[in-house]
Design a binder for this molecule. Structure first.
Ligand SMILES: Cc1cc2nc3c(=O)[nH]c(=O)nc-3n(C[C@H](O)[C@H](O)[C@H](O)COP(=O)(O)OP(=O)(O)OC[C@H]3O[C@@H](n4cnc5c(N)ncnc54)[C@H](O)[C@@H]3O)c2cc1C
Ligand code: FES
Ligand code: FES
Length: 1371
C-alpha cells in the first residue's frame, strides 16, 4: 500500500519523531493506550484515566499547513482519543530526553532537586513543566530571559504542576526544580539540591549559580517532524486529510450540514455512536460501554471561530477553555473576571483540549457542577444551537439550561458573551469554593454576580439598578438565577438589613436535591458568597472582601484582597501570588562516607524520562490476556450467578475466573499475614462485603477487560444470612471482634483509678473519631503472571511483600513455594497498600494464568483499586481523663473501637502501635480497652504510620481538651506532660534506649520557646482580634514513634570487571532504599579502595527483588527496611573485605596502591568467592528504638467558606545520623504532606452498604501543590549517637506523618477563636464552644460547620438596628 493510501486507511501520528500508523485499532482507543501498547513509549502512565492526576500528560503538536505554524499544548493522553490526533506529533517524556540521547534539563533538574521518589508521577510532571516552559518561551512580548533561564515566572512555575498529583514528595522539591527555570527566581531560595551546597556561604562551589544547573535553552527540542509536515501537505492536495471512517470508525464532518446528514444516515445507531469534541467529558461521566463509531465535531470551521464585535465575544463551541481564557483576558473587566474564573477549572492539561461547548452541553444534559455555565449565566450569555440541518436557534443560556436535556443530534454552535464595556456602574464577581484552589477540583458551590448600581452620595452605599445572581454546583440540575433575590434587591440601597433579607430569601432558592452531600454547608456557602458580594457594595460593613478578594481567587483560601490590617511581616494568607518558600536545615557528616552524603536518588533521571520499568511497562508476552475484577456491591449475600448485559463490551469477555478455577489442592486464599488469619481470594459462595472480589473477567486487552467487567450483572440472595455488621457500633452490639494475641497486646501503665482519684478535674465523656484514608499510590495494583514448565509460575508484582506473595500464590495453586518466583523491580508507591492487597492481585493473575496456560496481566483501574483497597482503620475513641489544675494529667482511660473489616489482615498489630505513639505523654496512669471490630466491609490494612498516627492524634486531642477546659495554652499542658527520662522508661520499657538519646523535650522546647514562635503566637492573636472573617491558629505537636527492627537479607556480588550487583529483600517503593543500599555497599567495600569507596558508587547496581534468589525477604514496611537492608549489605561487604584484604595487602606490598579493578581481577583469578549473602538479625537486646520530632503549623481558616490555608509549618525531626539527608528530607516532607491529606481533606466515603463511593480523583482529593504549607521549613537533627542503630541512623519513612496533626490542631485553634468571637457577640457561655473536638478529616464542610453555618446571619443580626428598611432600602 502506498503511503497516501495508507494514510487514508488509518490514523497517522508521530510519536517522539517516529511515524506510526494505527492500523486496525479499536475506535475507542485512547492516545495513552495506543502509546503504551503500540509504541515503545512508557513514560505516559495510567494513574486515573479521568484527567485527574497528570500521570499521562504528553505534549501534542499540530501543524497548520496553510499558515505553516505549529501549535503545541499539554494534554491528558488518557482522555484524548487516538482518532482525534490524526496527523499530530506527540511528545512523551522519553521524547525530550533519555538514556541514549541524554536527559533533558527538566529531567536532570528533577533528579538534582531530589524531586522523584517512586517516580510514577515524574514523567507527567516532566511534561507539564516542559510544556509550561515551551509556552512561556513562545510568548511574544516578554523580555528575553537571562542565559540559562526561561521566560517562565516563579508564579507560573507554581501553577505549572498544579494539576499533577504526586503522593510521595510533598511537591516542594518538584516546585524547586520547576522554579529553577524561572527568570525571576532567586536561586538562593531553592531547596536542597545536588548542584550546589545549601547554606554553604555563598561563594565558590557553594554558591547558587545558574551555570551549575543543567543548561537550558528554549530551542532545545523540535516537536514537529518534517516528514509529517510533508504528509499533511500532500494529504491536503489529495483531499485525504482524514483517515477513512470505514477503517477507523471515526467521522470528521466538515460542516454542520454534513454532521446532520451523517446523523440521519442509517449508518448510525445512537447507542453505539459517540459525538466528541475533546472527550474530556468521559473523565467525568465514564463510558459505560465501547463505541464503534465516533463523530468528531472539531473540524467544523464554524464551531472553532471566535468573533469579537462591539456587542461582545462569540466563542465557537469547540474552542478550548485555554483559548477562551486567552481571548477573554484581553477584554473588559467582565471578560477578564470570567477568564480568571475559567483558569481554575480543571487543570491546564485538561483545559488545553476541553471545549467550552462540551462543558455547557454537559451542564445542560446532566447535573454537572459546571463553573463555566454559572459564570456565563451571570454575564448574560446566549447560545446558538442547531437541532436539524436548517433549524438554528438563539437562546439565553438560562433558557437553554432550563430546557429538557437536548437530544444528541442537537449541536451547540457558539456561546455569545455580551460586552459590558467599561461601564463604571457594573460590578461583576465570581466565586467558587472547592477542596483545592487550583488543583483540579470541582466546586461545592460556585456563583457569579453582576450588578448595575450607582453610589448613593449620602450613605456611600450602592443603589442597585439591576442585578443577576447565578448559583451552580450546589446540587441542582443546573446553574440557576436566584430571581426572587434579584427582584428583592433591585432598586434598593445595599445595607445590612437588605443583605440579611436577601440571604434569608436565598436560603429558600438554593435548595440542594435529595442525596446531595453536605446540603446545609452548600446553602451556607451560597449565603457567604452573596454576603461577600453585597457587603462590598454597602458602606460601613465589615467587608469580608477586605481580607479576601472574590472572583474565584477566594477559593479554598486563595485570596487577592487588600484593605485589612495585616501586621507587618505577617504572611498574607492565601494570596495566590504568595510564593511557596522553604528552608531545610540539616547536618552532614563525612564519618561513613559515601554514606551520609545527599546523593541523588538511584534511577531518578530514568524515572523522569519514563524509562524506569514498572509492572505495566513490561512488554506484554506473547498471547498475554488481561483481567479485571468483578466485585460485590452487596455487603453480605450469596452470589447466585454472574451474567453480562448485552453490549459491545460484553462480546469481549473470553472467560470469567472464579473460586471454582482454583486448582485441586489449592486454597481460596488471597492474603495472610504472620499467622494472624487468611482472607479469601474469591467470594465463595457468599460475598462478605461490598467490594469483595467475585471473579476476574478475562479479555484480549486491558481496556476490554475493564469495560467487560462493567457489564457484569450479579444475582444475589440474602436468604438465611444475617444482616451485615458495618460499623463499630454494630460490631460492639454483636460482639464481633478479632482477638489480639497476647504477645501483641499493649500493656497498661499504673493504676488508673488511683490516677483519677488524684485529679482536680475530670473529663469523663470525651470522644473523637477518625475516618479511613486511601493509599493513593500513583501506580494502582498490578501483576503479570507467566506460566512456566512443570507447574511453575513467574509473577511480576507491584508488591511490598514478594515473599508473602509467593507463599500465597503457592498455597492458592497448591504447589510448593519453590514453584513460584515473584519478581519486583520497583513499586509506584506503596504506603502499606501494596502489602496485603497486592497478594490478591498476584494470586488472581496466577489462578487465571494457570487455568488458561497463557500469561495474564492485571492493572487495576483506579475505581476498582479504591473500592478494594481497604485503607486506614477508622476509629472511634472515647476517653476519660483526670488532671490537676496546673494541667498535669493523672490518669487516662481510652475506649477505642477500630473498624478492621472482614479479615484480621494486620489489624491485631494496631493496638500496640496506637498505644505506642499515645504514650508520648506521661498520662500518670494509662488504661485502655481496644476493640478490633470484625465487620462486613473491606479489610482495613496498614497505611503509612498505621495506628501510630491515630494514637498520636488522639493524645493531642485529649491534651488540648484538657487545656481548653482549663482555659490555658495547650503548649503549656503539652510541655507539662512530656516525659522525663524516668517516666519514659516506665511507659516504653527497653525501647526508651539511653537517656542521652531522648531528644523530644529539647526539640519541643526549641520550637515553642523560640522568640520566633512567641512572636508569631502574639501575631496570631492580634490578627484574630482584628479580623472577623478569617481566623488563624497555631499549634505545636510533639511525636514519639516506636521503630521495630526486623531481620533482613542482603547479597553483594562483585563481578570480574569490578562492577557490583547488590540484592536485598527490601523493595524500592520510592523511599530511597536502593540509594541508601548503594551508598552502604560503597562504604562497606570502601576499605579496599584508596578513596574510601566514593569511587565505587558508580559501580554498584541494586537489582530487582526475586523471591527465589533472595529468600526471607520479609515485608517492606515499618520504616526500618532501608536501614536493616543496609545492615545486611554491610555484613556481606565485611565478609568480602575479609576475603579480599589479604590479596590487597599482598599486592600493595609489591606494587603500591592497587586500583579496585586490578584487585578484583587478581581475586577472581585466585578463585576467591566474590559473592556473599548475609542475613542480618537485630540484637535481641535492641529490637526497638524511639523516633522523635515536633512541628508547629500555622493556618488561616476562612470563616465564611471553611477553607484552610496552611501558612507555615516548621518541622524538627530527629533523624539520627542520616544515611542520606536528601532521601530523609524527602521522606519527612512527603509523609507530612500525606498526613495533611489525612487530617484535612481525604474523605474516603462509603454508601450505606459499606461500598466505597469516593472512588476516583473526582471525589477523592489528595493534597496538590496549592495545598501544601506556603512556608515549609524542615530541620533534620541528629541527637546523640547510638551505635546500636545502623551507623547511628534513624528511620524517616513513617514517623513524620504524625507531625501533620499540627495542622489539624492549628485549625481547631482558629475555629476556637471564631467560636469565641461569635459566642461573645451572642453573649453565650456554653463551654462546648471552646472544648469541642474536631473529627478527622476536617474537610471544608466540617470546618465551616464548627465555625457556624449561620455566622453571616448572626453577624448581620447583631448589627445595631439601622434606619434603613430592608424592603425599600430607603430611610
Ligand atoms: C479532571 C477534570 C476536571 C474538571 N474540572 C472542572 C471544573 O472544575 N469546572 C468545570 O466547569 N468543569 C470541569 N471539568 C469539565 C470540563 O470542562 C469538560 O469535561 C469539558 O469542557 C468538556 O469538553 P469536551 O470538549 O472534552 O467535551 P466532550 O467530552 O467531547 O463532550 C462532552 C459531551 O458534550 C457533547 N458535546 C460536545 N460538544 C458539543 C457540541 N458542540 N454540541 C453538542 N454536543 C456536544 C458530547 O457529545 C458529549 O456528550 C473538568 C473535567 C475534567 C476531566
Ligand atoms: S491518567 Fe490521565 S490524568 Fe490521570
Ligand atoms: S514520586 Fe510522585 S507519586 Fe511517587
Amino acid at each position: 500500500m502506498g503511503k497516501e493510501d495508507a494514510a487514508a486507511a488509518a490514523v497517522v501520528v508521530a510519536v517522539n519523531g517516529e511515524r506510526y500508523e494505527a492500523d486496525g485499532v479499536d475506535p475507542s482507543t485512547t492516545l495513552l493506550e495506543f502509546l503504551r501498547t503500540r509504541t515503545p513509549a512508557r513514560g505516559p502512565k495510567l494513574g486515573c484515566g479521568e484527567g485527574g492526576c497528570g500521570a499521562c500528560v504528553v505534549v501534542v503538536s499540530k501543524y497548520d499547513a496553510v499558515t505553516d505554524e505549529v501549535t503545541e499544548f499539554s494534554a491528558s493522553s488518557c482522555l484524548t482519543l487516538l482518532g482525534s490526533v490524526h496527523h499530530c506529533a506527540v511528545t512523551t517524556s522519553e521524547g525530550i530526553g533519555n538514556t541514549r540521547d541524554g536527559f533533558h534539563p527538566v529531567q536532570k533538574r528533577l533528579s538534582g532537586f531530589h524531586a522523584s521518589q517512586c517516580g510514577f508521577c515524574t514523567p507527567g510532571m516532566c511534561m507539564s513543566i516542559f510544556s509550561a516552559l515551551a509556552k512561556a518561551d513562545r510568548a511574544a512580548g516578554r523580555p528575553a530571559p537571562p542565559p540559562g533561564f526561561s521566560k517562565l515566572t516563579v508564579a507560573e512555575a507554581e501553577k505549572a504542576v498544579s494539576g499533577n498529583l504526586c503522593r510521595c514528595t510533598g511537591y516542594r522539591p518538584i516546585l524547586d526544580a520547576c522554579k529553577s527555570f524561572a527568570a525571576d527566581v532567586d536561586l538562593e531560595d531553592l531547596g536542597l539540591n545536588s548542584f550546589w551546597k545549601k547554606g554553604g556561604g555563598g561563594d565558590g562551589d557553594d554558591c547558587a549559580d545558574v551555570s551549575k544547573l543543567p543548561p537550558y535553552s528554549a530551542t532545545a527540542v523540535c516537536t514537529f517532524p518534517e516528514f509529517l509536515k510533508s504528509e499533511i501537505k500532500a494529504s491536503m492536495d489529495q483531499a485525504t486529510g482524514a483517515p477513512s471512517p470505514a477503517a477507523t470508525g471515526w467521522y470528521h464532518p466538515k460542516s454542520i450540514e454534513e454532521f446532520h446528514r451523517l446523523f440521519d444516515s442509517n449508518l448510525f445507531d445512537e447507542k453505539s455512536v459517540k459525538i466528541v469534541a475533546s472527550n474530556t467529558g468521559s473523565g467525568v461521566y465514564k463510558d459505560q460501554d465501547l463505541h464503534d463509531k465516533y463523530i468528531d465535531i472539531t473540524q467544523i470551521p464554524e464551531l472553532s471561530a471566535i468573533k469579537r464585535s462591539s456587542k461582545g465575544i462569540e466563542i465557537g463551541a469547540v474552542v478550548s477553555i485555554s483559548k477562551a481564557i486567552e481571548t477573554l483576558s484581553h477584554g473588559g473587566k467582565v471578560f477578564r473576571r470570567i477568564a480568571d474564573h475559567l483558569s481554575k477549572v480543571a487543570s491546564s492539561f485538561v483545559r488545553n483540549t476541553a471545549t467550552v461547548g462540551g462543558n455547557i452541553i454537559m451542564a445542560q444534559r446532566l447535573p454537572f457542577p459546571s463553573d463555566i455555565a454559572t459564570v456565563l449565566l451571570a454575564a448574560g450569555s446566549t447560545v446558538t444551537i442547531q437541532a436539524a440541518s436548517n433549524k438554528r436557534i438563539c437562546l439565553t443560556l438560562e433558557e437553554f439550561l432550563g430546557q429538557p436535556p437536548c437530544a444528541s443530534r442537537t449541536l451547540l454552535i457558539s456561546i455569545s458573551v455580551p460586552d459590558w464595556g467599561s461601564d463604571e456602574g457594573i460590578t461583576f464577581e465570581t466565586f467558587r469554593a472547592a477542596p483545592r484552589p487550583f488543583g483540579n477540583a470541582v466546586s461545592y458551590v460556585n456563583s457569579a454576580f453582576l450588578a448595575r448600581s450607582s453610589v448613593d452620595a449620602e450613605s456611600g452605599s450602592h443603589l442597585i439598578e439591576d442585578v443577576c445572581l447565578a448559583f451552580g454546583a450546589f446540587g441542582a440540575e443546573h446553574a440557576i438565577r436566584a430571581r426572587k433575590v434579584e427582584e428583592f434587591i433591585k432598586g434598593k440601597l445595599v445595607s445590612a438589613p437588605v443583605i440579611l433579607e436577601a440571604v434569608r430569601l436565598l436560603k429558600g432558592v438554593v435548595s440542594p436535591e435529595e442525596g446531595t452531600t453536605h446540603p446545609e454547608y452548600r446553602i451556607s456557602l451560597a449565603v457567604s458568597f452573596l454576603f461577600r458580594f453585597l457587603s462590598s457594595l454597602a458602606n460601613g460593613l465589615d467587608e469580608p472582601d477586605n481580607a479576601n478578594a472574590p472572583n474565584g481567587s477566594c477559593t479554598n483560601g486563595i485570596a487577592n484582597g487588600s484593605a485589612e490590617s495585616y501586621p507587618e511581616n505577617h504572611p498574607r494568607a492565601g494570596s495566590s501570588d504568595l510564593p511557596i518558600r522553604s528552608r531545610q536545615e540539616m547536618v552532614f557528616s563525612d564519618e561513613y562516607k559515601p554514606v551520609g552524603k545527599p546523593i541523588e536518588k538511584v534511577g531518578a533521571e530514568l524515572q523522569a524520562s519514563g524509562e524506569a520499568v514498572y509492572v505495566d511497562d513490561i512488554p506484554a508476552p506473547k498471547d498475554c490476556l488481561y483481567g479485571a475484577f468483578i466485585y460485590s456491591t452487596h455487603p453480605h449475600a450469596e452470589v447466585k450467578g454472574v451474567k453480562f448485559r448485552s453490549s459491545l463490551a460484553s462480546h469481549k469477555v473470553i472467560t470469567v475466573i472464579t473460586a471454582k478455577d482454583i486448582p485441586t489442592g489449592g486454597e481460596n486464599v488471597g492474603s495472610s499475614f504472620s499467622n494472624l488469619g487468611d482472607e479469601a481470594l474469591f467470594a465463595n459462595p457468599v460475598a462478605e462485603f461490598a467490594g469483595q472480589n467475585i471473579g476476574v473477567v478475562i479479555a484480549e486487552t486491558q481496556k476490554y477487560a475493564y469495560m467487560a467487567a462493567k457489564q457484569a450483572v450479579i444475582e444475589y440472595s440474602t436468604e438465611n444470612l444475617q444482616p451485615p455488621i458495618l460499623t463499630i457500633e454494630d460490631a460492639v452490639q454483636h460482639n464481633s471482634y478479632f482477638q489480639i494475641p497476647p504477645f501483641l497486646t499493649p500493656k497498661p501503665v499504673g493504676d488508673f483509678n488511683q490516677g483519677m482519684s488524684e485529679a482536680d478535674h475530670k473529663i469523663l465523656d470525651g470522644e473523637v473519631n477518625l475516618e479511613s484514608q486511601y493509599y493513593f499510590y500513583m501506580e494502582t495494583q498490578s501483576a503479570l503472571a507467566i506460566p512456566d514448565e512443570d507447574n511453575c509460575i513467574t509473577i511480576y508484582s507491584s508488591t511490598q511483600t514478594p515473599e508473602l506473595t509467593q507463599n500465597i500464590v503457592a498455597r492458592c495453586l497448591g504447589v510448593p513455594f519453590h514453584n513460584v518466583r515473584v519478581i519486583t523491580r520497583r513499586v509506584g508507591g506503596g504506603f502499606g497498600g501494596k502489602a496485603m492487597k497486592a497478594m490478591h492481585v498476584a494470586a488472581a493473575c496466577a489462578v487465571a494464568a494457570f487455568k488458561l496456560r497463557r500469561p495474564v496481566r492485571m492493572y487495576l483501574d483506579r475505581k476498582t483499586d479504591m473500592i478494594m483497597a481497604g485503607g486506614r482503620h477508622p476509629m472511634k475513641a472515647k476517653y476519660s481523663v483526670g488532671f490537676k489544675s496546673d494541667g498535669k494529667i493523672t490518669g487516662l482511660h481510652l475506649d477505642l473501637g477500630l473498624n478492621a473489616g472482614i479479615s484480621p489482615d494486620v489489624s491485631p498489630l494496631m493496638p500496640s502501635s496506637i498505644i505506642g505513639s499515645l504514650k508520648k505523654y506521661n498520662w500518670g496512669a494509662l488504661a485502655f480497652d481496644i476493640k478490633v471490630c470484625k465487620t462486613n466491609v473491606s479489610s482495613k490494612s496498614a497505611m503509612r504510620a498505621p495506628g501510630d498516627v491515630q494514637g498520636s492524634f488522639i493524645a493531642d486531642a485529649i491534651v488540648e481538651h484538657v487545656a481548653a477546659a482549663l482555659s490555658v495554652d495547650a503548649n503549656v499542658v503539652k510541655r507539662k506532660n512530656l516525659h522525663d527520662f524516668e517516666s519514659l522508661k516506665v511507659f516504653y520499657g527497653e525501647s526508651a534506649g539511653e537517656a542521652s538519646t531522648y531528644s523530644l523535650v529539647t526539640i519541643f522546647d526549641k520550637l515553642v520557646s523560640s522568640p520566633d514562635y512567641q512572636r508569631r503566637a502574639a501575631m496570631v492573636e492580634h490578627f484574630n482580634g482584628s479580623n472577623r472573617w478569617k481566623k488563624r491558629g497555631i499549634s505545636c505537636v510533639p511525636i514519639a514513634y516506636v521503630v521495630t527492627l526486623r531481620p533482613a537479607p542482603g547479597k553483594v556480588s562483585i563481578l570480574k570487571d569490578g562492577s557490583i550487583a547488590v540484592e536485598v529483600g527490601g523493595i524500592e517503593i520510592g523511599q530511597g532504599l536502593w540509594t541508601k543500599v548503594k551508598q552502604m555497599a560503597a562504604f562497606g567495600l570502601g576499605q579496599l579502595c584508596p578513596d574510601g569507596g566514593e569511587g565505587l558508587l558508580d559501580k554498584v547496581r541494586v537489582i530487582q527483588a526475586d523471591s527465589l534468589s533472595m529468600i526471607q525477604g520479609g515485608v517492606t514496611a515499618g520504616s526500618s527496611t532501608s536501614e536493616t537492608s543496609c545492615e545486611a549489605v554491610r555484613k556481606s561487604c565485611a565478609a568480602l573485605v575479609e576475603r579480599l584484604m589479604p590479596i590487597k595487602e599482598s599486592l600493595e606490598a609489591t606494587a603500591g596502591a592497587v586500583p579496585w579493578e586490578s584487585l578484583i581481577v587478581q581475586a577472581s583469578t585466585a578463585s576467591v568467592n566474590l559473592t556473599e549473602h548475609a542475613y542480618w538479625t537485630p540484637d535481641p537486646t535492641f529490637k526497638k528504638y524511639l523516633n522523635y520530632g515536633s512541628a508547629i503549623s500555622e493556618v488561616e481558616v476562612d470563616v465564611l467558606t471553611g477553607e484552610t490555608t496552611i501558612l507555615r509549618s516548621d518541622l524538627v525531626y530527629d533523624c539520627g545520623q542520616s544515611l542520606n539527608p536528601a532521601v530523609d528530607l524527602g521522606q519527612v516532607e512527603g509523609s507530612f504532606v500525606q498526613g495533611i491529606g489525612f487530617f484535612t481533606n481525604e474523605e474516603y466515603a462509603t454508601n450505606a452498604d459499606g461500598l466505597v463511593i469516593h472512588d476516583g480523583t473526582w471525589t477523592y482529593k489528595i493534597p496538590t501543590v496549592d495545598t501544601i504549607p506556603r512556608q515549609f521549613i524542615v530541620e533534620l537533627m541528629n541527637s546523640a549517637p547510638d551505635h546500636r542503630r545502623v551507623l547511628s541512623s534513624k528511620a524517616s519513612g513513617e514517623p513524620p506523618l504524625l507531625l501533620a496533626s499540627s495542622v489539624h490542631c492549628a485549625m481547631r485553634e482558629a475555629i476556637r477563636a471564631t467560636r469565641k468571637e461569635f459566642a461573645a457577640a451572642a453573649d453565650s457561655a456554653d463551654p462546648a464552644l471552646t472544648t469541642f473536638q474536631m473529627d478527622v478529616p476536617a474537610t471544608m464542610p466540617v470546618v465551616k460547620e464548627l465555625c457556624g453555618l449561620d455566622v453571616v446571619e448572626r453577624y448581620l443580626e447583631s448589627l445595631p438596628a439601622t434606619t434603613t428598611s430592608p424592603y425599600t432600602g430607603k430611610a
